[in-house]
Structures are given as C-alpha cells and as structure tokens.
Design a protein around this ligand. Structure first.
Ligand code: NAI
Length: 707
C-alpha cells in the first residue's frame, strides 16, 4: 500500500506516504485508492485520535503527478481525467473538514501534487534544509497545479503575489515559503519536525482552512478592487506578449486564478479541474513533459555516459584563452567550487578574463564572493598549468594556434588528465592530431554567455576513449551544466542546425520577403528572436569565415562546396555593404546609441521584390521544419545518437521552441506521416534542403515516434 496508517500512544494518527518499490511518492491510481481508504478510516475512527500527521518515508515528501500516465492521455480521456482530479480533491476536502487538526510534516522536497498534498493540511512544518524545494513547477511541463494548487495559493497569497509561483513556476526554499506564510514552522531536525507537529496538534484542536473561515478575504484585494482590477486588465496582454499564444498552460493558469477568485472555493476547484483536464490531454504538455522531465532526467542520470567508469571530478582545471568564452568558463568552475588557472598571452588579458567573474559578482553579490574569486588564478605563465586534471582551450578559432597551444600545454596535465577544445566549428578529430594522446582529447562546446547558457555539447573525436567521455560528462554535471553527447561532424549538432535557422531567414530575404515579416515568423514560431537578429549577434563575418573554411576543407577532400540559398545575402551584407552585424556597427539592424535597434531601412530597397506574395503560416513552418529536418539528418548520420540529446540540445543550444519539446519531438508533435507529407511539399517548392531523411520516412510508415 502506498499509504501507511497508525495511531500512536499519544493519540496522533500518522499517515505515511511510502509507495512500494518506488524512489518517490507519486499520484498513481494505487495512491488514489489508498487515499480514499485512508480517509474512510480517518472518518470512521475519529474517536481514536486527536490529530493527523502527514509524512513521507522517502527522502522527498511527495513528488506529484505520475507523468508517465499523462503522456498516454488522448483527447478522449478528458472527461475521465476531470473526474479523477475531482475525486482526489474531494479527498483533500475530506481531510480539511475532518474536524481534527492535520499537519504536514515536510521532510523533503514537495513539488506540484506533492505541495498540493501539503496544502490540504491545516498546518505545514518543514525541515529547514535549503536543499528542499517547494512549489508548483507544473507550468514548465505545460500543466497547471490542478489538485487545488491554483485555487489555494491564490487564496493564500492573493492574485498578484501568487503570479510568479503559479504562472512562472518559481520554486521556494523552506525559508522563502515560511516568509510568505505558507509554512507555520521550520524544524531544525527530523525529531524537531515530529515534536513541533505534535505540539501544533495539541495547541489547535479545531482548525479551519483560511478559505473556509467565515471572514475570509482575498489577500491583496478581490478581482473587483481598484488595484487588482487594473492589474488584471493588462495581465492577459502581457502574458500573450511573452507566450506568443504558443503556451496554453500559463494562459489557463491565469484564467483559473481569476475566474476562481470570483466564485466560492469549491466552484473554483472545479474550474481548475476543467483547465487541468484540457491541458493534460493536449499535445504541448506531452512535448514539454517529454523534454523537460524525461529527456532532461535521462541526461542528468547519465544515459549518454559510458558505463563502468568511476565518477570523476577534476581538482584543478586549466583554461587557455581568457576571452569571452574563457572568462565565462572560469566563472562556471569557480562558482561550483573548482579551482582553475586562467591563462592568456599577457597577464593583463588573463586579469581581464577574471574581471568577468568580478563583474558578475558585483551585479549579484554573494556571501562567498571572495572564495569564488580566489579559485581563479589568472596568469601568463604556462608553468602554472602544472598538475591540471583537465585543460580547456578557448583561444582564437584558428587551427594552427589551437594545435600549438595543445602541444605546449598538454605536458602540464596530471597523469591521465584530459584535454578539451571549446571550438565551435573545427572538427575534433582533426584538432586531436596535435595531441600526443588523442584518446584523452575531446570537444567541450560551451555557449555564450557561458554563465547563462546551460548547455555544453560534448564532442567525441574518432579516437576519444569512453573513459575520457565519461570524465567530460561528469565534469559538465559538476559545474551544473547540461551535457549532450555528439559525434564529430562539421558544426557538430548545434552549430550545424543553428546555421539552418539563420540561413532559412536569409533565403527568405533573398526571395524578397520583407525583413520584418521574416523576423515575426521566427518569433511567432517560438524562436527567442528572429533569424536576422540572431545572425547580427553572432556576426556575419564569422559566418563568411566558416563558409570559406568549409569550402577550403571540402576542396582539400576533393569535394565541391554548394552554397546554400541565402548565402549570397550574407556575402553582400559583409563584403558589399560592410554591415557584418551588431559588433561591427550594424547588420540587418541599426543599433542607435542609447536607442532601440531597428531593421536597416535599406533592406527593402536592396532585397525587396515588389508584389512578392507569401503565406505567413508557411514561413513559420519553414523555420521549424528546416531545423527539425537537419536534426533528423544528424540523427540518421549518428552525429546525434539519442532522442534526448537532440531535443535538449535543440532547445538549450539553438533556442528551438520549448513548446515543441525539441526538434525531434516536434516531428512527433506534427505526426511523422503528416510531417513527411508537408516536408515533401516544401522540398518541391523551396528546394532539396527540405528533403526528409529516411529515418523520418520509416517512422511515417510504421507509425512509430522518436523516443
Ligand atoms: P576571444 O577572442 O574573446 O578570446 C580568445 C582569447 O584567446 C584572447 O583573449 C586571446 O588573447 C587568447 N589567446 C590567443 N592565443 C593564446 C595563447 N597562445 N595562449 C593563451 N591564450 C591565447 O574568443 P572567444 O569568443 O572567447 O572564443 C574562443 C573559442 O571559443 C573559439 O574557439 C571559439 O570558436 C569558441 N566559441 C566561441 C563562442 C562564442 O560565442 N564566441 C561560442 C562557443 C565557442
């Protein structure tokens, strides 16, 4: 049974959540049945106890909904889903109206449904452990806290104050939750937790939930109060500006909060159930659960890490090049407790790299600032690298220079240390030729700005050993970043696919489509910014440089380089108009000092074609299809080996929209057969770049999905 029940000699009934054979408690069908049985018993045996403690036998308190089950739901399951949530909430209501005090003794993390279990108690006491997380992350999985979470948090905090915790999924540490009044006590130890819970029971023999109290008033004001009504008048517009209409969950949460605030508590609960049922059977929730729960967990649990290699953490890391990337990498190490040597050609440059961390800390002061900074040793002396377990080079993107620094610094590595390159474009196998131990050579591709971007793309060279890969993987996790593992290929996975996004935008411009339309299509498909804005940031001279390098490399292999559509636009921007991008003073956009950027007005004259027609929906599709097709090609060519690396790499590395669940999940979202049919049409109309690889055609035929 997932719930144990016992009454102690002190007349306290302890209800212990302990799902058999599972690491965490979740709301399975067995739990739901056990909860009903427990409530039957609590109601029948009221005379035998004075109060109830809800507790958990697991390390965490309660994890929430069983997400595997949510993935299986179809539209037809909507009414059943609604009915089941209602039963669960009826049970929570029975607990609240038992007439006896109920205390949740929160011994560990309680998220989502787990926090809702806690909110059905009259009092919550939590272990004061900053590792414990409380709150409602549902929105990040395309869902809403529908087991009372929306309704209760709104009534506990008020419409405005509850926003970040419901609509943004902001989580709380116990101390934060106590400050908000969501906890009635913080316990220093498990023993304290138990005795505080018992004391509360003694002191509060007949508690009533705030929303059941006769004099209940919505904190912060009712929706009709002048202050709140003003906020509500603009809230939907502000939300749509953020979600672009692509994320149904935050919209549903806002609706459930506001509609629920106008009616009595039980009606509000029912409104919330309806919104949850609708979200849970929808496709966006499936996409987001797939990516942000299952795929991300696969990565965190080491699914792409070679087995059998002992866990590893470098004691000292060397970083070559204290530029934009090196400075950021140094921060990531120091901030996670790993000492590093930051080497550049002069002491000044090395110091400037460390100054990046100083700036970050000045912006966000930290109690450990001095300690963090002390972990970065800036130097111009290569001898200081002696004994590093890992050296990461982030010098200029030049093959010869990279070879030179590899040869120079490798001898400084500790015995069996590993060497990594942060190159964004140069194949790792080639760079490894400069290494005396190519089996210990690997690619660690960080993203800019390193302190904000969570992804690191790990690239295996032809000779990289499984041990080196396992170590690199452990290292990326140790600095709290998310690793994906890919095989060597030009542009690896992320740069290659990112390139297809920006080039699709450029090819639209070449077709004469107005720049503003292209940018809107990108944003409304869900990309963080339009393709022209993004290439301005990364600089078109870099694109030209990469193209030229690719052409030269292919020529050396006896192959011919075929320029992709859109490339001529980039060439003209750089060579003819001298507008390489933001850093070069302007590109597709103008960047007035102190003002907002705007599209370069000349674009219309140069690239515009009077009378051009376009289908806006198709432009959006082209942006997503092009990247999904390139991702599928990478999968077919084994550049990508797993679906989770593809989905997470595309979202975190390229900005592929989260609502799709990632670039391969997007094919599942459309349905492989429909995807193939549409891609075939696009290929006919726009060109071979939309030709779907075999692996997608096979899925379309068999009806299987990318999992
Ligand atoms: P950067 O130009 O900001 O920094 C390069 C640094 O390397 C400079 O400070 C330079 O003085 C130093 N350097 C040159 N020769 C050196 C030597 N012999 N020993 C030590 N230091 C030396 O360049 P950035 O942007 O930091 O890029 C570095 C690497 O990271 C490149 O391979 C680049 O492709 C890659 N990368 C860049 C990304 C970006 O967005 N900028 C993203 C991902 C990777």
């Amino acid at each position: 049974m997932p719930i144990r029940y016992e009454v102690g000699a002190d007349r306290v009934a302890t209800v212990t959540f302990d799902a058999p054979g599972a690491q965490v408690n979740t709301m399975t069908e067995a739990f739901q049945q056990a909860l009903t049985a427990t409530l039957d018993r609590l109601e029948a045996e009221k005379d035998s106890y004075d109060g109830v403690i809800l507790t958990s036998a697991k390390k965490t308190f309660f994890a929430g909904a069983e997400l595997k089950d949510v993935l299986k739901l179809t539209e037809a399951d909507g009414p059943r889903m609604f009915h089941e949530i209602e039963i669960l909430k009826k049970n929570f209501r029975r607990l609240e109206k038992l007439g006896k005090p109920v205390v949740a003794a929160i011994n560990g993390t309680a998220l989502g449904g787990g926090f809702e279990v806690a909110l059905s108690a009259h009092c919550r006491i939590c272990l004061d452990d900053p590792k414990i997380q409380l709150g409602f992350p549902e929105v990040t999985l395309g869902l809403l806290p529908g087991a009372g979470g929306v309704t209760k948090l709104t009534r506990l905090l008020g419409l405005q104050a509850a926003f970040p915790y419901l609509i943004e999924g902001k989580l709380m540490r116990p101390a934060d939750a106590a400050k908000l009044g969501l906890l009635q006590g913080l316990a220093a130890s498990p023993d304290d937790l138990s005795s505080m819970a018992r004391e509360w029971i003694k002191a509060n023999p007949a508690p009533v939930q705030p929303w059941d109290a006769k004099d209940f008033r919505m904190p912060g004001g009712s929706p009709n109060s002048p202050q709140v009504s003003q906020m509500l008048a603009v809230a939907p517009a502000m939300l749509i500006e953020k979600t672009r209409g692509l994320y149904p969950a935050p919209e549903a949460i806002l609706a459930a909060m506001v509609e629920g605030a106008y009616v009595d508590f039980d009606t509000a609960l029912r409104i919330e159930s309806r919104y949850l049922a609708k979200l849970a059977v929808g496709q966006v929730a499936k996409n987001m659960i797939t990516a942000f729960f299952f795929n991300l967990n696969a990565i965190k649990s080491g699914a792409s890490r070679p087995k059998g290699v002992p866990r590893w953490k470098p004691a000292k890391v060397g970083i070559l090049g204290a530029g934009m990337m090196g400075g950021g990498i140094a921060w990531s190490n120091a901030n996670r407790g790993i000492p590093c040597v930051l080497k550049d050609v002069t002491q000044d440059k090395a110091d400037a790299g460390k100054a990046y961390s100083e700036k970050l800390l000045a912006k966000r002061p930290n109690a450990n600032s001095a300690e963090i900074l002390a972990r970065i040793h800036p130097t111009a002396n290569a001898d200081d690298l002696a004994g590093c377990d890992l050296i990461i080079e982030a010098v200029f993107e030049q093959r010869d220079l990279k070879a030179k620094v590899t040869r120079e610094s490798e001898p400084q590595l500790a015995a069996n240390g590993i060497f990594a390159s942060n190159t964004s474009t140069l194949p790792i196998t080639g760079l490894a030729q400069a290494s005396a131990k190519p089996e210990n050579f690997i690619g660690l591709h960080f993203f800019s700005p390193v302190d904000k971007m969570p992804l690191v793309e790990i690239i295996k060279g032809a000779k990289t050993s499984p041990e080196t890969l396992a170590r690199a993987y452990d290292y990326v996790l140790a600095i709290s970043k998310t690793p994906i593992v890919v095989n060597d290929s030009r542009g690896f996975y992320t740069s290659r696919t990112f390139g297809t996004f920006v080039m699709e935008g450029c090819s639209m411009l070449e077709e004469g489509i107005p720049a503003a339309v292209i940018e809107s299509a990108g944003r409304l498909a869900g990309m963080p910014v339009g393709p022209l804005a993004v290439i301005d940031e990364t600089s078109m001279s870099l694109s030209v440089h990469v193209m030229e390098q690719t052409r030269a490399d292919l020529a050396a292999e006896g192959k011919t380089y075929v320029a992709p559509p859109g490339q001529a636009v980039v060439m003209r921007m750089v060579k003819e108009f001298k507008r390489p991008g933001r850093a070069g003073g302007g590109g597709f956009y103008e960047y007035p000092k102190g003002g907002r950027k705007f599209l370069w007005p000349e674009l219309a004259r140069i690239f515009g074609k009077p009378g051009v027609t376009y289908d806006f929906e198709e432009l959006k599709e082209r942006i997503l299809y092009r990247q999904a097709i390139e991702t599928a090609r990478c999968f077919e060519e084994r550049v990508l080996e797993t679906v989770h690396d593809a989905n997470i790499g595309s979202i975190f590395g390229i900005g592929f929209p989260a609502w799709t669940g990632g670039a391969l999940q997007y094919i599942n979202h459309v349905g492989p057969a429909k995807f193939v049919a549409r891609a075939d049409q696009l290929a006919k109309k726009c060109g071979e770049r939309f030709a779907v690889p075999k692996v997608v055609r096979e899925k379309a035929k068999s009806g299987a999905l990318f999992v």
